[in-house]
Design a protein around this ligand. Sequence first.
Ligand SMILES: *Cc1c(COP(=O)(O)O)cnc(C)c1O
Length: 391
Amino acid sequence: MNTEVTRDQIMAWEDQHESGVYGKQPLVLVRGAGARIWDMDGTEYIDCVGGHGAAAMGHAHPAVVVAVQAQAERLFLAPNGFFNDMRAQLLAELVKVAPSGLDRVFLCNSGTEAVEAALKFARLGTGRTKIISTMRGFHGRTMGSVSTTWRKEYRQPFEPLIPDVGFVPFDRLERMEKAVDDATAAVIIEVIQGEGGVNPASAEFLHGTQALCHERGALLIVDEIQTGIGRTGKLFACEHFGLEPDLLTVAKSLAGGVPIGATLIGTRVGEIPGHVHGSTFGGNPLSCAAALATLQTMVADRLPERAATLGERLLDGFRSIDAPVIREVRGKGLMVGIELRERSGGYLAALAEQGVLALPAGSTVMRFLPPLVITEADIDTVIAKVGLVLA
Ligand SMILES: *Cc1c(COP(=O)(O)O)cnc(C)c1O
């Protein structure tokens, strides 16, 4: 940390020069370890924002730190027109642990890019353009992915968007049935909607949608950018249901906090011709080394199992809070939402005052995406502090 720069100066620079697209909380975060994060003035927080879910490994996980340090000293860049040892090992490892049938991968640098690639590959693979998404779905902010994102505040200012995108109510199979036809290139869904309010889908909806896609020649894109890599109690949320998507997107937690995105590609997509897509930084050795270390550690340390156990504890704890403002507690693993009968903003600010950071999902849901390495004691503290704030 540069001690020459004051806290006020930092906040002034960001307020003045940042684009303006983000609302900000008055904290200057400078250091993290595991599930703890520190403000510049030394105040400690339990971090249930967790980099919007990207910090599944916790902050400064030793395995990720060592992998990044070693790779930084060796090689940052190896363009995709060449082979690279780290990229090759990551691809092999990712395909090995992925839902069956996904045996090719396009590597990029963020979630929205992974969705863009999935949309493009779906158009290529089917020769169709129609995309069905879900109400309250969130798939990213670039022109293609934002076209499939529900909230109109995100979409409307940028119209015209990509054409032929329709939205159906989430978890309503009979509506999906009406929407998917033989002009549909793909259906894009989350297994548990994240930003849309931590809304889990039923097995019936997921399997029914998959069957509809097969029947009508459409591809199923499952967006696991938030649920992916351990968070819900399995490496992929698809595994809870035995889903076999044609395209699966991951990003956030895949590289232990280092930027990455990946689009996993199944056989129904068909051949992808050369030169139709690409990325300069996609598959760079630094991100690949971080992702390889993350996957290996997730499996060796059984972090998905840990997410399942601690997630139950968190859900049970929240459900035992007796507060009329709570409408519903829901989630899976360490992806948990508390839906309130009021707007969540004031409660989230009060919770931060109590030393726990959490994030909103929509206007009335408090969302908790802690690192999977969080301790039981910290889970219990989170439950107690939430109880204090909501009671
Ligand atoms: C965060 C998120 C995205 C977008 O990822 P970025 O890395 O922010 O572009 C897309 N889909 C889902 C489900 C997400 O949670």
